[in-house]
Write a protein that binds this ligand. Sequence first.
Ligand code: XMP
Ligand code: MG
Length: 179
Amino acid sequence: MDADIKKVLYSEQEIQAVTQRLGQQITADYQGKNPLLVCILKGAYLFMADIAKNVSDYAEVDFMNVSSYGDGVVSTGNVKIIKDLDIDVKGRDVIIVEDIVDTGQTLAYLIDLFNGRDVKSVKVCSLLDKPEGRKVDVQVDYAGFEVPNEFVVGYGLDYAEKYRNLPYIGILKPEIYTE
Ligand code: XMP
Ligand code: MG
């Protein structure tokens, strides 16, 4: 697997440090509230676990699976709900936990969706931000790392369902997805 990686961008240790920092910020910002952490599957599954462990006290967790990509590397822009939440978000302080914000289309869709369900507030926590990929303007309130405009995998992020279990984040060799 490592042989498919062109360059390691962030090690396991660097990711741990960033999840601690973000968890502490969220804890400070949500004092006295019980935010709902919404993990966007599957990409954010590892990040969610680390964020949740670093957010103290009353946070609750739920999971949603949306898809826009299929197995390719280019966003299609039409987002589909594959698995919806179990918990009612009405009146809740929601924090969307994402793996990466690229075009911004998935996030824009989710923010509209949650506002339509009458949340009290909605904020975004994303491990990665790829600003060069942006097509719609969305704000990432809690961002881990900025990544270059290349396809990255690992720590939850996949290419055709592979590489999600790598403990680090790396740039995938382009020959893997152009073959
Ligand atoms: P958008 O374009 O809607 O994308 O902001 C959000 C979703 O697209 C996936 N994505 C990637 N997945 N490496 C990946 O493994 C990437 O470089 C990448 N860029 C976007 C991801 O699922 C994200 O939630
Ligand atoms: Mg995702």
